[in-house]
Design a protein around this ligand. Structure first.
Ligand SMILES: [Fe+2]
Ligand SMILES: [Fe+2]
Ligand SMILES: [Fe+2]
Length: 390
């Protein structure tokens, strides 16, 4: 069904209301809800926290937009709460980590396949092979520390295998830079994709930074420190896809459009009726934001928002297992490396990255230690050993 951003008016900002009780509802079930319901929840929390982060930065750069920013930000805050509190306490922080990596793999893979710009699609494929390896390392940690099978979270939608080895993902900051899209020429979907993945990676980074220190196990503490550093690289990579020539208001409008587009994608595919009702409500709230900012855009910039978004929203992001695509990318591109903004073969990697990696890994590699000899086995590694002994 085609969705028109301009004809759907949504809920006006002044009618976007919450109470503590409705904001903090019943969480989803870890095992009974479909894994893609959790994928959508984590993704939308990433989108909401990106909206909040951006609007705080914007306040520091614009006096005249401050009141509008403060008003929309209050809704973003409560949306983020309502969404993120759907994750229940039955998820251990490490199990939630597994789910975060599933989001990074499946959503980035879906986006990579519909991205019209070939260089930017390549960037998504490059990043997803790294998150794919994080999943394998964290699955080993979950198995070996908590005695749990990561596939209970993944529900067989996502493979647990090595990707581009995390130990090799450490690069010079200069090699995490990418060429931005051109805001005057890029397709609307390219802009929506870039903000979606940048927001999603940012929250993954922040999540690891917050929970890493909570672990007692020294390898777990080091592993979170190591993978948080790669997530910082990913935020640098995806953030550099955004065109710095976009004005502040243009960027804000794009953020609201990204929220609309993602909630629309969730509404179209949600299987849990209670969660679907939240997506529908927030789709309307985001349309309210979009129209509010579109008015500001017209007033302050004397430009027509339709120049950025002609016609209807693109097809929704596909929330489904992208296993075959991921396997194909793994087989063909695992050996790619980065040199400046370009993707190159292993032999052409920059000396700066080789040197950086040698230094940061000088005292050993947590991601190698945690997964030494690890092969994912249904029902945990212990189960495999017992079977062999019998
Ligand atoms: Fe929002
Ligand atoms: Fe990542
Ligand atoms: Fe918003």
């Amino acid at each position: 069904m085609a969705f028109d951003l301009f004809s759907a008016k949504g809920t006006p900002l002044e009618q976007q209301r919450f109470t503590w009780r409705d904001m903090v509802g019943k969480p989803i079930s870890k095992l009974d809800d479909d894994a893609f319901t959790r994928v959508r929840i984590i993704l939308m929390n990433g989108i909401e926290t990106e909206a909040l982060r951006f609007q705080h930065m914007a306040q520091r750069m614009s006096r005249e937009l401050r009141q509008s920013l403060a008003r929309t930000r209050r809704t973003e805050q409560h949306q983020a709460t309502m969404v993120n509190w759907l994750i229940g306490p039955d998820h251990s922080p490490l199990e939630t980590t597994i789910a975060y990596e599933q989001v990074a793999i499946e959503v980035t893979a879906a986006v990579a396949q519909t991205e019209p710009d070939p260089y930017i699609a390549q960037t998504y494929r490059f990043g997803l092979l790294e998150d794919f390896d994080h999943l394998y390392r964290y699955a080993a940690l979950l198995d070996r520390m908590e005695g749990k099978d990561a596939n209970n979270i993944l529900q067989s939608y996502t493979d647990i295998l090595p990707g581009r080895p995390t130990v090799e993902e450490h690069r010079s900051p200069i090699d995490d830079m990418r060429e931005p899209y051109d805001c005057r020429k890029a397709a609307p979907i390219t802009k929506l994709h870039a903000l979606t993945i940048a927001g999603s990676e940012y929250q993954t980074h922040d999540y690891y930074m917050n929970i890493g220190p909570l672990f007692a196990d020294p390898v777990a503490r080091q592993l979170y420190a190591e993978i948080a550093s790669i997530e910082e690289q990913h935020v640098t990579q995806y953030g550099s896809l955004l065109d710095p020539q976009e004005t502040l208001l243009e960027q804000w409008l794009l953020h609201e459009a990204t929220e609309v587009y993602n909630y629309y994608s969730c509404v179209e595919q949600e299987t849990n009726p209670r969660v679907k009702a939240i997506w529908e409500r927030f789709l309307d709230y985001e349309l309210g934001h979009f129209h509010h900012v579109a008015e500001l855009f017209k007033q302050h910039e004397k430009r027509d928002p339709a120049e950025l978004f002609p016609g209807t929203l693109p097809e929704p992001i596909r929330f489904a297992s992208q296993r075959d695509f991921v396997r194909q990318v793994l087989a063909q591109e695992v050996d790619l490396r980065a040199n400046g903004t370009q993707f190159v073969s292993q032999s052409q990697e920059s000396q700066a990255s080789i040197d950086y990696r040698a230094q940061i890994n000088a005292d050993g590699s947590p991601s190698e230690t945690v997964a030494a000899g690890y092969i994912w086995t249904p029902g945990t590694e212990l189960n495999r050993k017992v079977t062999v002994a019998v």
